[in-house]
Design a protein around this ligand. Structure first.
Ligand SMILES: CCCC/C=C\CC(=O)SCCNC(=O)CCNC(=O)[C@H](O)C(C)(C)COP(=O)(O)OP(=O)(O)OC[C@H]1O[C@@H](n2cnc3c(N)ncnc32)[C@H](O)[C@@H]1OP(=O)(O)O
Length: 206
């Protein structure tokens, strides 16, 4: 499966920030549970996945890209990263662990604490993406070539290997779904977080 965008310059703008601003707890609860389940499905697919990142990919967009098996990004003008701290919010443990699995503990910690958005070249250098291509068509071709490798791999061997590799992060979320949800609901009601989100949303307006 290839995950890509039909938009001109955005792969995925991340989660809808307006869902976190002045949230209704019931609605936020459904929103977050849906996100948890969607991520669990994507991170544990029984088939190979590639993200063809053909535009900017902040926060939740970066999470979805990192959850695929391989990342091909169109360069040089787009950016990718977990920029939550720039919004004055915190990337949950499973977002963080997904990044650690891709680029390692040290680089992930620097990336997460600074909320850095990496250019395509920078992302390639730290291993956040696997390949950089100059245009969307060649990126799609590369992504398809990666998937073709699996014609010669046993689906069972593929799935078992991926399960073993991803199991700690997956199991943590399965075991802590409610705790993770409670944290988000409580955290998003904090006046400091709400002020930070208000300022960030204002900064996005043209
Ligand atoms: C404890 C829980 C923690 C986890 C929580 C959240 C994780 C997240 O995913 S938070 C989302 C982080 N996303 C961003 O920071 C992206 C912000 N957006 C941008 O940087 C740019 O919009 C982007 C580069 C993606 C695209 O640029 P443009 O094509 O120039 O678009 P515009 O800037 O014109 O945006 C159009 C319009 O959309 C609004 N917008 C953009 N992103 C979001 C978003 N993620 N949520 C809600 N709204 C968003 C933006 O404000 C503009 O609104 P209008 O001016 O009203 O049209």
């Amino acid at each position: 499966m290839i995950l890509t965008s039909g938009l001109q310059k955005v792969f995925c703008a991340g989660l809808d920030i307006t869902e976190f601003y002045n949230p209704n707890p019931d609605r936020l609860s459904k929103f977050w549970t849906t996100l948890q389940d969607t991520w669990l499905s994507l991170y544990t697919t029984s088939f190979p996945t590639v993200s063809v990142i053909n535009g900017h990919s902040p926060a939740g967009g970066c999470l979805f890209a990192m959850s695929c098996d391989y990342r091909v990004m169109v360069g040089p003008n787009y950016t990718i990263g977990l920029n939550e701290t720039k919004l004055g919010i915190v990337a949950p443990k499973w977002f963080q662990d997904t990044m650690v699995a891709v680029i390692g503990q040290r680089k992930a910690e620097v990336s997460l604490t600074t909320g850095k958005m990496y250019t395509t070249d920078e992302a390639l250098q730290i291993g956040l993406i696997d390949e950089s291509l100059p245009d969307a068509n060649s990126a799609l071709k590369k992504g398809t070539q990666f998937l073709n490798n699996f014609q010669k791999i046993s689906p069972w061997a593929y799935k078992m290997t991926k399960d073993i590799s991803r199991q700690p992060t997956v199991q943590w979320l399965i075991d802590n779904k409610q705790k993770d949800l409670d944290f988000v609901i409580k955290y998003m009601q904090s006046p400091t977080v709400q002020k930070n989100l208000e300022l960030y949303l204002q900064s996005l307006k043209k």
